[in-house]
Design a protein around this ligand. Structure first.
Ligand SMILES: CN[C@](CCCC[B-](O)(O)O)(CCN1CCCCC1)C(=O)O
Ligand SMILES: [Mn+2]
Ligand SMILES: [Mn+2]
Ligand SMILES: [Mn+2]
Length: 304
């Protein structure tokens, strides 16, 4: 089977320069050759061309709306074509706003997909609830049908029609959720396994219940959106919004092994690696941790 790799050097969904260097650091750390070790043919689509949009003033409190909108339209088109050509689409971010286009594009090719969101954060602030105006904290709010009527369309997103339901999402790793996000999660009953549930139940039970609730018949394609800040900052220090008390590397690897076991992984985002936020050593640790976790999606077995 085939993996299509797409670099997305985009960072306008948040204020810290360097997130656009994520694809480069992951490639340089050997991500592609690690995936090639398993029986996947790798198609490298290179990096998406990111246009800069001068004078991209905020829309309400939403920052860089046109830049984020333009980039994500391109991402949607590219991801749709990669998935349609039967490649497992591996998107290298870039900040988490790229998930708007990656999930939108994935839905165009696989309308019945479900979303596994591994993250310290829920990333479901609406433009009105966001405390920061940074779009990397909003991607899911622009994608779920149930929130479409809660805010007016964001400048640059007229192409973006919501394509998933709240019940098609499961969260793993939450530990920094804003008030408005908490309200949405409770109001719509979005399954959310925070670090508290993970400590209480253990990662085995969490993965069992998460996948059972999400897709009881085990038939639906899976979109994994993996924010490296879901892991503990001691093992992924080079990231923009670190939060103590995260997933350890074995929990990360177990999550990916269970997803690989479904055989239904159809697209993966790896986001929020920012090499400007760490030392050389931090960057090496972050890249190696990320690769050793992500490679478990592709059949790497700890037992050999
Ligand atoms: C929790 N929500 C935040 C962070 C979003 C992180 C995006 B991710 O892609 O990395 O997961 C933080 C909002 N806080 C900022 C500091 C003061 C309190 C609010 C936001 O800006 O929406
Ligand atoms: Mn996060
Ligand atoms: Mn049980
Ligand atoms: Mn995120």
């Amino acid at each position: 089977s085939k993996v299509g790799i797409l670099g997305i050097p985009f960072s306008k969904g948040q204020p810290k320069g360097g997130a656009e260097m994520g694809p480069e650091i992951l490639r340089r750390a050997g991500l592609v050759s690690r995936i090639k070790r398993f029986d996947y043919q790798v198609v490298d689509h290179g990096d998406i061309e990111i246009e800069s949009i001068p004078g991209d003033k905020p829309d309400g409190n939403v920052k860089n709306p046109r830049s984020v909108g333009r980039a994500n339209k391109k991402i949607s088109d590219k991801v749709a074509s990669i998935v349609k050509s039967k490649e497992l689409c591996l998107n290298l971010g870039g900040d988490h706003s790229i998930a708007i286009g990656s999930i939108h594009g994935h839905c165009r090719a696989e309308p019945g997909l479900v979303v596994v969101w591994v993250d310290a954060h829920a990333d479901i602030n609406t433009p009105l609830s966001s405390p920061s105006g940074n779009m990397h904290g909003m991607p899911l709010s622009l994608l779920v049908k149930e929130l479409a009527d809660r805010f007016s369309p964001v400048e640059g997103f007229d192409w973006c029609k919501p394509c998933i339901h709240v019940r098609d999402i499961v969260y793993i790793g939450l530990r920094d959720v804003d008030e408005g996000e908490r309200w949405i999660i409770d109001q719509f009953g979005i399954p959310a396994y925070s670090m508290q549930e993970i400590d209480k139940m253990g990662i085995k039970e969490v993965m069992h219940h998460a996948l059972k609730n999400l897709d009881p018949n085990g038939t639906r394609p899976i979109h994994l959106s993996f924010d490296v800040d879901g892991l503990d900052p001691t093992i992924t220090p080079s990231t923009g919004t670190p939060v103590l008390g995260g997933l350890n590397i074995r929990e990360g690897q177990y999550i990916m092994e269970e997803l690989a076991n479904t055989g239904r992984l159809s697209a993966i985002d790896i986001v929020e690696v920012n090499p400007l936020l760490g030392s050389e050593k931090d960057n090496m640790v972050t890249a190696e941790t990320t690769i050793s976790v992500i490679e478990k999606c592709f059949g790497s077995k700890r037992g050999g």
